[in-house]
Write a protein that binds this ligand. Structure first.
Ligand SMILES: C[S@@+](CC[C@H](N)C(=O)[O-])C[C@H]1O[C@@H](n2cnc3c(N)ncnc32)[C@H](O)[C@@H]1O
Length: 348
């Protein structure tokens, strides 16, 4: 498979899950052979990660591994393609300025699409904190025959990078499930205001909700199906929504950051908290408190519970064992390891 057949398969909405997996495996193999970067989720555990002020920039091998998260990569590539086509209509006759923040070594969310555009239609800025990733994407552009596209690399921290001029599209995927560890929030808050008013930020929306769920049962239900249907799962599994504890909308992220307050021990900044109450239930021992993440990449392209590594539930161990009637203050804490924090409040 060459890069254009890989792209055709990914964009073809009728492609089977097996065909999509094969296409992404072929992409990863091709990129690995060209760049000699081998995807590895736990490469040198932390040693080559960069611990930045607003979160962890994972090392190039681990970033390459993200490509293998099949549904994630498919939904993002389709979303990016749809967004570029919308922007071409919004800004006719103008080369679209695209910033891909955290492009990683394979530029997975954009590179497979470049054969669909003529040089001159797009101006690409490929940004990452790791020079090795930038060298790798430039090599891939040349090897895939995309060298005629206007592309430049930017070695910078996406949380404070200032672009010269306005951008039409920003693509950023620097996140783990429930926005933990990586700096997606801070990257969005910094880059979204640098878009044209009718520009597009991808992903368009991320919601994190807190629920009571029987995670063991849900995992079993997922294990039985080839393709996760999160809507069917929601119907067959019993869940109790405790509240939406975080929403990341590019148009609000900067303001949310500005309104962040120091937390109770004064050690970090946190976004506006939510109060959740554990309901009184006879069968509460069968439930876990967990965070669920849903991502709108662009338009119709969503990633729902269990569909990707970044939308897996995260059990809130801090609340175990659950006690009905308890109240918790849940806040998203910013800083070098962003995450949701739970504080038990005294009962009224
Ligand atoms: C989760 S990986 C995603 C890689 C690729 N975009 C993909 O979707 O397959 C995140 C990438 O963002 C980069 N990154 C994370 N935080 C960053 C920051 N603050 N500034 C620049 N790059 C960052 C990491 O180095 C890594 O390459």
């Amino acid at each position: 498979m060459n890069i254009n057949t890989i792209s055709d398969t990914i964009l073809d909405e009728t492609s089977s899950p097996e065909a999509l997996r094969e296409a992404l495996d072929a992409f990863v193999r091709l990129c690995g052979e060209i760049t000699d970067i081998r995807p590895d989720p736990s490469f040198d555990a932390w040693a080559e990660d960069s611990l930045l002020e607003a979160g962890v920039a994972i090392n190039p091998q681990a970033a390459a591994h993200c490509a293998t998260d099949c549904q994630r990569s498919v939904m993002f590539v389709r979303g990016v393609y749809a967004a570029i086509n919308v922007l071409k209509v919004r800004f006719p006759g103008t080369p679209l300025e695209i910033l891909y923040a955290g492009c990683g070594p394979f530029g997975t969310l954009l590179l497979p699409l470049l054969g669909r555009f003529s040089p001159g239609e797009l101006k690409l800025y490929l940004l990452d904190f790791h020079q090795r990733s930038l060298d790798s994407v430039m090599l891939l552009l040349a090897e895939f025959g995309f060298a005629a596209h206007a592309a430049q690399t930017v070695k910078a921290d996406a949380c404070n990078y200032k672009h010269t001029g306005e951008l039409h599209l920003v693509i950023a995927e620097a996140m783990q499930k429930s926005l933990e560890q990586e700096p997606q929030f801070a990257v969005t808050a910094n880059l979204a205001p640098q878009l044209y008013p009718t520009g597009v930020f991808i992903p368009q929306r991320i919601d994190v909700s807190m629920c009571l769920a029987d995670l063991k049962h849900e995992k079993e239900l997922c294990g039985h199906s080839q393709k996760i249907d999160s809507n069917a799962l929601e119907k067959s599994a019993t869940r109790y929504l405790l509240g939406t504890v975080g929403t990341l909308l590019p148009e609000h992220a900067f303001e949310q950051m500005q309104l962040a307050q120091t937390n109770s021990d004064g050690r970090c900044f946190e976004l506006e908290p939510t109060i959740v109450v554990i309901p009184m239930m006879a069968d509460i021992v069968g439930f876990d408190a967990a965070l669920f993440t849903r991502i709108c990449v662009f338009g119709q392209y969503w990633l729902k519970d269990y569909e990707s590594q970044i939308t897996l539930p995260l059990k809130c161990h801090e609340l175990s064992p659950l006690t009905g009637g308890e109240r918790y203050r849940v806040s998203y804490q910013l800083g070098s390891y962003p995450k949701f924090h739970f504080e038990r409040l005294n009962s009224e």
